[in-house]
Design a binder for this molecule. Structure first.
Ligand SMILES: Cc1cc2nc3c(=O)[nH]c(=O)nc-3n(C[C@H](O)[C@H](O)[C@H](O)COP(=O)(O)OP(=O)(O)OC[C@H]3O[C@@H](n4cnc5c(N)ncnc54)[C@H](O)[C@@H]3O)c2cc1C
Length: 471
């Protein structure tokens, strides 16, 4: 360990510190291995020690000490991110938020909570208190933290009604601590939220969160099977357009995804079955049944959680959607990986069909209905049969040539995983709040290399050398 790292660790020895190699290694990793590209580059990454603060005051102390000793600080929620966001590329201190889990206040339509609180626990508290729940959550609801969702996530279960996490109104307030000689506490609302939401903890540590809530329901989970893919996609899309039918999830799986990768669904479908996974509010079921009765393509409702009739029940339908689909596929076929594709309104269905025509079955469609500016569109988390990095990059290029933006999950930087350009608000705030650049180094190209040309995959100069892990 570098002398400066050891000095910082010593100065923090009164806090909960973990430095056992096995544990530090596991807390240095997230679900980056979904990507063969990231796996090849980041598998050796490991931090030097883990600190788990119990309060905002301890977060401030960690940042003051690490600033003084120039020790990189990578904050960790539950480490379920997919792009190496919580991985300490330059080693150093891992700031684990597992002790900051309090649900502080619950009011009609909003909740105040600490960042380390699990999404599941937050929902349990608000439901018990006043029959309310989060508008949206990542499908890692059972394991992920609210802080990690805001800083690293983008949307999820509920986005079919409420849009993306960063859409106005989906986050109310964030309390942030800076990484300066004397760290400051800042409160962000409105426009300012974008400085740190989905910034991977590169420019400030979130210590308190205020989120909007929605009425909680005993959602009815459903699987609906189709023999025609276009009909399945149109059915899910149309449901997104039905203003009176309240849904929390509408997911489309191209055949044979359900048959090949969904073990508990397999006995109820065939290899040609396209599947739609849904969460419908119980009071909306009549409207939903009427909608289904009118739909084309002979929809078959094969599972209803309010009328369970399977020997082995499937569990929550949302744990088949979003990146759980990729996880289920990877468990069966380790050569599978995925892409994140935006199919924007109004020609999203036509684009999906064109892409499918072009790539299936090398690329299989997995679509999530979302709202964008109030309009129904689709987010694709397409399953890709991985062969080579060159072929993967080619598939990405062809998607973009066909008008479908790709948020590339095979990159660890904010810019390459986003719109291929820096978010100026985030860069400017980093320049102000993290002048030495100790927060999650290597994840913001514009900080390290403002002139970068995006003509190839960026490689962070400060990335640990692989050999170090073997020592
Ligand atoms: C099976 C599977 C399904 C998934 N489904 C979804 C999905 O539906 N939607 C979605 O958006 N994502 C999804 N993800 C990605 C991920 O699970 C979510 O984004 C999740 O909400 C992240 O929470 P976490 O606590 O694990 O964060 P972590 O992975 O620990 O952190 C994520 C990022 O946030 C930063 N961070 C964490 N806490 C703070 C803080 N207090 N202050 C500042 N920065 C912080 C970290 O440094 C990191 O950059 C999925 C991943 C898997 C493996």
């Amino acid at each position: 360990m570098k002398a400066s790292f050891a000095a910082a660790k010593a100065a923090l020895s009164h806090m909960e510190i973990d430095e056992s190699p096995v544990s530090v290694r596991s807390k240095s990793r997230d679900f980056f291995w979904y990507s063969p590209v990231l796996k090849a580059r980041l598998d050796h990454v490991v931090g030097d020690f883990v600190v788990a603060p119990r309060s905002e005051a301890e977060v401030i102390e960690v940042l003051r000490v690490c600033h003084a000793h120039e020790v990189p600080v990578t904050v960790r929620g539950a480490g379920t991110g997919n792009y190496g966001q919580a991985m300490p590329l330059a080693g150093g201190c891992i700031l684990h938020m597992k002790n900051m889990v309090a649900v502080k206040e619950i009011h009609p339509g909003r909740v105040v909570v600490e960042p380390g609180c699990l999404l599941r626990d937050l929902d349990a508290a608000t439901k018990a208190h006043s029959g309310q729940e989060l508008r949206m959550f990542s499908s890692t609801w059972a394991t992920a933290t609210i802080g990690g969702f805001i800083a690293g996530g983008s949307g999820g279960v509920g986005s079919c009604t409420w849009g993306a996490l960063r859409d106005l109104g989906n986050i109310i307030r964030l309390r942030v601590v800076t990484a300066e000689a004397e760290p400051r506490i800042l409160e962000f609302r409105g426009e300012e939220l974008a400085r740190v939401s989905h910034a991977y903890g590169t420019n400030g540590i979130i210590t308190e969160i205020e989120m909007p809530l929605a009425p909680a329901y005993d959602w009815v989970d459903l699987f609906v099977a189709f023999e025609d893919f276009q009909a399945a996609a149109a059915y899910a899309d149309g449901l997104g357009d039905e203003p009176g039918i309240l849904i929390k999830l509408a997911t489309v799986f191209e055949a044979p995804v359900a048959f090949d990768y969904f073990q508990r669904v397999k006995p109820h479908v065939n290899a040609g079955s396209h599947l739609v996974g849904l969460m419908v509010a119980p009071h909306a079921m009549d409207g939903f049944m009427t909608y289904t009765g009118r739909a084309g393509g002979a929809p078959r409702i094969i599972w209803r959680s309010d009328r369970p009739d399977w020997t082995k029940e499937p569990g929550p339908v949302f744990e088949y959607g979003w990146n759980h689909t990729t996880l289920r596929a990877l468990k069966v076929d380790p050569t599978i990986t995925y892409l994140q594709v935006r199919y924007g309104h109004p020609d999203h269905l036509a684009k999906v069909m064109a892409i499918r025509e072009k790539f299936s079955p090398e690329v299989l469609q997995h679509l999530e209905v979302m709202k964008e500016s109030g309009k129904t569109m689709m987010a694709g988390l397409s399953l890709v049969k991985f062969t080579t990095e060159a072929r993967l990059d080619e598939i990405v290029r062809i998607h973009e040539d066909m008008g479908c933006m790709v948020f590339n999950p095979h990159r660890y930087t904010l810019e390459e995983g986003g719109r291929q350009t820096v978010d100026d608000r985030q860069l400017r705030f980093k320049q102000e709040a993290d002048p030495k650049g100790i927060l999650n180094p290597g994840k913001m190209i514009a900080w390290d290399d403002p002139a970068w040309g995006y003509d190839r995959m960026y490689a962070y100069q400060g990335l640990q050398a692989p050999v170090r892990a073997a020592e």
